[in-house]
Ligand binder design. Structure first.
Ligand SMILES: Nc1ncnc2c1ncn2[C@@H]1O[C@H](COP(=O)(O)OP(=O)(O)OP(=O)(O)O)[C@@H](O)[C@H]1O
Ligand SMILES: [Mg+2]
Length: 343
């Protein structure tokens, strides 16, 4: 039974470790041992004012976790304020964070309050914090340490009581070595680090997540689903998920839209046979293995599951059929699934 963090704002205030009974948009699903530790950390840090740094690949749930921490904190009666530092032009970051006075720079027609000030008594979520320009890092460090800052174009020092949660899919230690990120700011942000593992390292959670997203889709589409067929589930569990949980959510939603209800079937073509980039694989051999697997699956798809013969997958790949057979076994590919996926 998957453990999860429920939304503490719901009337039946859930105790920790409760499973998501309703399909709340921000309920966290997961019971893989590696993920249990993460849930435990989220519970512990929520009620403190410590800065949290959430790291993980794209789509691993960083924003979801930031929201969960804020909702469970004493600051939850105020809305969390977010700033996505990758989405802002570099020259505007300082004024977005700290605000400006009218006439502070060209285009600054009116006085504007920054996100830091807007987050007073609440939480500021700094998304993609690795993109923060060096020039603004000093000001942010001071704001975090002293709770003090100035609007651009003003020399009046202001104070705000802000709890910061930052997220990044960038390796900040490397950015520090490259001189792109200040180590003092890193230590200030990472008082409590939380790493979200990629989905391929917590495959035990795939069925629970898939069913969770199916229930969500069923509600949205007002359609009844009784589950996911075993073959589709096996395929979901084996796939490498370079886009992590977001990609899984999209695949389930897409399949649910294509289906009339009942048992959900996930078409193999929704799990694209592409070579995963090395940056999302944990090692070169992982990337090569995943690449080999994709090529084999593609060839089997084209040959409708046939290994032998002039149009068989082995000929297409230019390797002996016996070699292909052993590779199929090693990658635990179900070649029979391609017989029906001829469309
Ligand atoms: N453990 C989980 N349980 C249920 N849903 C999840 C879980 N983790 C992530 N999701 C869902 O997956 C989607 C992607 O999550 P989120 O936006 O938090 O990822 P992210 O790490 O911020 O990605 P990016 O780096 O691309 O911004 C969201 O719809 C989120 O609700
Ligand atoms: Mg995000």
């Amino acid at each position: 039974m998957p453990t999860s963090i429920d939304n503490p704002m719901t009337p039946e205030a859930p105790a920790r470790g409760l499973r998501c009974r309703r399909q709340l948009p921000d309920c966290i699903v997961g019971h893989a041992p590696r993920f249990e530790q993460t849930l435990e950390k989220i519970h512990r840090v929520s009620t403190t004012d410590a800065s949290v740094l959430i790291t993980g690949e794209t789509g691993t749930g960083k924003e979801l976790v930031a929201r969960a921490i804020h909702r469970r904190s004493q600051r939850s009666s105020h809305a969390m304020v977010s700033a996505n530092l990758a989405a802002l032009p570099k020259e505007l970051v300082a004024s977005e964070l700290f605000g400006h006075e009218a006439g502070a720079f060209t285009g600054a027609v009116q006085r504007r309050i920054g996100r830091f000030e807007a987050a007073n008594a609440s939480t500021l979520f700094l998304d993609e914090v690795g993109e923060l320009p060096l020039s603004v890092q000093v000001a942010l460090l001071r704001a975090l340490q002293e709770g003090e800052f100035e609007r651009i174009g003003s020399n009046q020092t202001r104070a705000a009581d802000v709890r910061v949660i930052a997220a990044t899919n960038r390796n900040l230690e490397e950015a520090i070595e490259d001189g792109l990120f200040r180590s003092d700011l890193f230590y200030r942000l990472a008082v409590f680090p939380i790493h979200l593992p990629p989905l391929r390292e917590r495959r035990e959670d795939i069925p629970g997540l898939a069913n969770h997203f199916l229930a969500q889709a069923a509600e949205g589409l007002a359609r009844d689903f009784s589950g996911i067929d075993a073959e589709s589930m096996a395929r979901l569990t084996e796939y490498s998920w370079p886009g992590n949980i977001r990609e899984l959510q999209n695949v389930i939603e897409h399949s649910a839209i294509l289906s009339d209800g009942g048992i959900l079937h996930v078409q193999p073509m929704l799990l694209p046979t592409r070579v995963i980039p090395l940056t999302v694989a944990s090692s070169l051999s992982d990337a090569l293995g995943a690449g080999e697997r994709r090529l084999i699956e593609q060839a089997l798809e084209e040959s409708k599951g046939r290994v032998f013969g002039p149009t068989g997958a082995a000929t297409r790949l230019g390797i002996p059929p016996s070699t292909l057979e052993s590779k199929i076994k090693r990658h635990r590919i179900n070649k029979h699934q391609f017989r029906t996926s001829a469309a």
